[in-house]
Design a protein around this ligand. Sequence first.
Ligand code: PMP
Length: 360
Amino acid sequence: MEINENLLKNIRKVEPYVPGEQPQNKVVKLNTNENPYPPAPGVQKALRELEYDRFRLYPDPTAKNLVDILAKYYHVGNDQVFVGVGSDDVLAMCFLTFFNSEKPVLFPDITYSFYKVWAGLYGIPYECPKLDGDFRIQREDYYRDNGGIIFPNPNAPTAIYEELEFIEDILRHNQDVIVIVDEAYIDFAGRSALELLAKYQNLIVVQTFSKARSMAGMRIGYAIGDPELVKCLNDVKYSFNSYTLNLPSLICGAEAVKDREYFEKVISEIVDTREWTKKELRGLGFEFPDAKANFIFAAHPDYNGEELFQALKRENIYVRHWNSERIGQYLRISIGTKEEMGILFDSLKRYISKQGDYNL
Ligand code: PMP
């Protein structure tokens, strides 16, 4: 039956975010920047010991225990921490709360593709200054009148990390608007912008348990900022989205934060594998900006990005590829275990040698 056109007129239409594939068969999965190692052992223990009778009750809407533990870990007040269902939820709340101006919000043209989706969904005007030819953010592009700023550091999918001096410069030039630094990958990179919180009231730092803490499936994210801003975030959240973090996530999240030693061990293993991966990829002729996240954004000058992506997929190796203008040649390769990366290199070597035969 043909749908009534008048019905459609009143319905909100959005361009949705397209997440990376989650194949159900066994593959080498290097496409969504998950952590190849399990969460801290205490998480498993807490989950095993969780009394299921507790599921009768709603979880704590203020997530107090988790908030307190995060506040202590980061040496901030508990009125400075906001938690949500993954940093996607936190970021969506931030867009709704902080980007409420007629002026455009600014974020890079090549960045986390969800930003455009939230701006579209909430009707927030935005502009996307272009990264330069080396995929770097140009700080001067953010010196103009705007309704707020957001960018990841390290940026995604480029994996480029900017030093704190760069972040501070953007904060200093934009003291009348909120600047959100999305630090989903900061633990693999360098110093966090959290250090700048004491100096800049306009800063919101967003982080996640999905990457360095190996808990993408638990959906835990958080923002840290000025108490007044955090109150505004909570007011918006409680207006339509209560009880969002479920009980197991609250409990497991708190457990994960307690184990600093395990956290640091996992990060150092991934960073080690990343550095080895850079060497191997370079040896195969790939080019990429220096990666500081748990992924590398690489292109080969001799081979088509889409074809490489498909060839890997045929061998059950999943990486991420976007068919878009400036980045169609690139593959975003998450860092897995050493064994997984070895399988990737073998496959790339086979591909390259086959292409060589072809060209003869
Ligand atoms: N920010 C960036 C830059 C990301 O790449 C991701 C992962 N897709 C997220 C935020 C969201 O991660 P999560 O919702 O799992 O915390």
